[in-house]
Design a protein around this ligand. Structure first.
Ligand code: SAH
Length: 352
């Protein structure tokens, strides 16, 4: 990446001073933000600025961009999965999901992932780099641009950071992204409509707790005891489940926000009655929610989702234990909407 400051990563209120520092009138900031909000890809497009100004701006700054490399649209439910190419040739994936209450986007926060969860396709392709705040936002800009070709009133209602990468492993950029995404002059998405999912990086969860940002925190739990969790998620060896759950309780107490636990249900691995009882022991008696996701089979593992009967029995036991449980509807199964799979595919194709 170039050394120039990416204006997409700047908060609108930071722009005036930055422009002034370089001899450009502060009031130009408003014009620039409005162009960025509209999806401008270059300074040349900003036609209400003089040519001299546009040239000066492109000498001093940059506007990050990426190109759509592939787009898959589900025939079943309209889910759209985008594969974007970054200027350094790397790929990220983003998914647009359509619900009764509006559109939701699932964004990537890193190119690849270091966390090594065994069931996850994102990690198989290795870690390459963090995305900047502007690059995370750019996924929303590009999806909006694409959708507005068909529907001028298109608006993103919800944002979930559940694409490729571990958001809390890219803390500063993700925090900046949250502020950009929430900013009234950009997307104006309320923090309550933003979900951040983490595999459980305890120090960063503690930091987030102090930020006073009322987003929805999701924790990828996926196991009901420490031994199984360490097997499925190596991060558990660094940040053990017991301490993670203690931190979660503190988070809930401090923020008043209910945490959502993600649990990918894997046939014969974590879906037995004994596992359900362990889960009741962990999550019973305090404010939280358990979201069961039938595991999405990936090419590298033999993990399969539970059959209907086992899933129903699992849910029933959990409900009897008074847990608040839902089973996530899987969208876009015909287009491999689980993140990481498309990037991985592309990598395999490029290598062969
Ligand atoms: N790194 C973050 C967010 C990325 S993944 C995290 O770990 O939470 C978003 C969610 O999808 C996580 O809960 C992750 O564990 C889950 N996931 C990954 N691979 C999956 C698969 N094959 N089937 C079902 N869920 C999966």
């Amino acid at each position: 990446m170039s050394e120039k400051i990416d204006l997409r990563s700047m908060l609108p209120e930071e722009l005036p001073a930055l422009l002034k520092e370089h001899g450009i009138e502060a009031y130009r900031a408003k014009q620039i933000v409005s162009w960025l909000e509209k999806g401008a890809r270059s300074f040349e497009e900003m036609t209400n600025l003089s040519k001299a100004h546009r040239e000066k701006l492109s000498d001093l700054f940059e506007i990050s961009n990426m190109k759509e490399a592939d787009r898959l649209v589900s025939k079943i439910d309209g889910t759209r999965k985008y594969l974007f190419t970054l200027p350094d040739g790397e790929y990220v994936e983003s998914v647009l999901l359509s619900y009764k209450h509006g559109y939701s986007v699932c964004l990537s926060t890193q190119v690849g992932c270091k966390m090594g969860c065994r069931f996850c396709a994102s990690t198989k392709a290795g870690f390459c780099r963090n995305l900047s705040a502007g690059e995370i936002l750019l996924q929303m800009v590009e999806i909006t641009r694409d959708m507005r070709k068909e529907d001028e009133s298109f608006r993103i209602g919800h944002v979930v950071l559940m694409g490729i990468g571990e958001p809390l492993d890219n803390y500063d950029n993700v925090l900046r992204f949250l502020k950009l995404c929430n900013h009234p002059n950009l997307f104006g998405i309320g923090y309550r409509n933003i979900s951040l999912s983490t595999c459980g990086l305890i120090p960063q969860i503690r930091r987030l707790m102090q930020e006073d940002i009322p987003l929805t925190l999701s924790i990828s739990l996926h196991a009901s005891n420490a031994e199984l969790r360490s097997e499925l998620m190596p991060v558990n060896r660094t940040y053990p489940m017991e301490e993670l759950l203690r931190t979660c309780k503190e988070y809930t107490k401090h923020t008043g926000r209910r945490i959502s636990f993600e649990y990918a249900v894997i046939a014969g691995v974590n879906d037995t009655p004994a596992r359900a009882k362990e889960l009741i022991g962990l999550l019973g008696g305090w404010m939280n929610h358990l979201n069961l996701i039938p595991v999405n089979p990936t090419k590298e593992t033999s993990f399969r989702p539970s059959d209907k009967k086992s899933m129903e029995a699992f849910v029933k036991t959990l409900e009897k234990g008074s847990l608040s449980v839902t089973v996530r509807r899987t969208l876009g199964t015909d287009i491999e909407a689980a993140c990481g799979q498309l990037r991985r595919e592309k990598q395999i194709l490029t290598k062969e």
